[in-house]
Design a protein around this ligand. Structure first.
Ligand code: HEC
Length: 99
């Protein structure tokens, strides 16, 4: 019984901050990125990702690498997002950039 309870605690801890599997790109952004990059991608602690930003000029592979491995003070999200969530997130960022 005690083991089961410990297992549950660990499971819950691991799922905190993880977007639901079917979350839209916008929902994933709001949950994981907006604190540092702003609700409208305008930038806060982290640089702007919106229209006219450095991120807009960069290829998708740069966004992917940054999100998966982190950059400077930005944490890595490789264990938070699956491939399809990552793709939806990048599609959303490109939409806001108007690309
Ligand atoms: C804890 C704050 C934080 C969170 C959360 C965060 N970032 Fe960042 N991000 C940063 C900082 C700081 C940088 C600048 C890193 C550097 O170049 O030193 C950055 C850089 C980036 C860059 C490169 C931009 C450029 O101009 O070089 C991209 C793209 C990016 N973040 C996307 C995201 C996405 C998408 C998410 C959500 C999955 C996210 N970030 C979550 C802080 C954060």
């Amino acid at each position: 019984m005690r083991l089961l309870a410990a297992g549950l605690v660990i499971l819950t801890a691991c799922s905190v901050g993880r977007p639901p599997p079917d979350a839209t790109g916008e929902e994933i952004y709001a949950q994981l990125c907006s604190n540092c990059h702003g609700d409208e991608l305008e930038g806060r602690i982290g640089p702007s990702l919106g229209p006219g930003s450095e991120a807009e000029a960069q290829p998708d592979s740069f966004l992917e690498l940054t999100i998966l491995h982190g950059r400077g003070r930005m944490p890595s999200f490789s264990s938070t997002l699956d491939a399809s969530q990552l793709e939806r997130l990048i599609v959303y960022i490109r939409e806001v950039q108007g690309r």
